[in-house]
Design a protein around this ligand. Sequence first.
Ligand code: AMP
Ligand code: ZN
Ligand code: FE
Ligand code: FE
Length: 279
Amino acid sequence: MIDLHVHSVYSDGTNTPAELVALAGERGLSALALTDHDTVAGIGPFLEAAAGSGVEAVPGIEISAECERGTMHILGYFIDPRCPVLLEKMEKVRAGREIRNQEILKKLNKLGYILMWSDVVRQAGRDVVGRPHFADALVARGHVKSRKAAFDLLLAKGRPAYVERYRFSAADCIALIRASGGISVLAHPATIYLPDDQLKALVKELKACGLGGIEAYYAEHHPENIARFKGWAEEFGLVCTGGTDYHGDNTPDLKLGSGFGQLRVPDEALVQLKAAPRG
Ligand code: AMP
Ligand code: ZN
Ligand code: FE
Ligand code: FE
């Protein structure tokens, strides 16, 4: 069993990279990829923890791309975490987050929710502050019952405290991942929220930009979605990858490796990912 989509405390997960490696070992996983949002800060500790552990560690990242309707995330695997261009661009993205975060805070306060920046920071990751941390802060303050309620009521796209942040185009994300020596994969394609034909056309377009794979196996994908994305992978020559999007205690029903119980990412996904052209 392998899991190629996992978050740590460096973004919005609750486990340290070392804890993730240990958990992967306990659950009998042979390989694990760390894919924190907009940061590679956890990769060093992750690789260190995995050395000699029997769990193969794949360095990764998850970058948010511009997307009109839904959410588009591009995963990068086997990126060089010391690549100066990557570090510089991710710094820029995190600076954009800081600006956006202050706007969210202002909006929430204007809407009558008493919340301070220190409340958010208390919930936050080591390198990235995101909307999930606002949600947790709202829960901690007793304004809403759950993280989900915070998103549904306030923080999700289209809700009153939503604020856009600086993002790269999908093509730029793919180019950046290639420049860092990695291979890019379109994460959870269903969240892009496009009708079938338009989504397929987009995948084709991204492949022409250098996309290397598609995340067909995903905890929240129904079997028909997995089949659909596998079909496209075959048609366009993309690697089929997969993972759980584990966030630790933040996703309590979801297990590392098996998701909600049904997920099995074939070991072959990693074999193909390694064999795919990089850079
Ligand atoms: P950010 O990158 O700070 O805008 O936060 C995005 C993250 O928030 C995503 O990666 C998800 O983990 C989480 N998220 C986004 N939309 C929702 C939602 N509707 N419900 C729960 N979590 C969400
Ligand atoms: Zn996340
Ligand atoms: Fe994602
Ligand atoms: Fe993720």
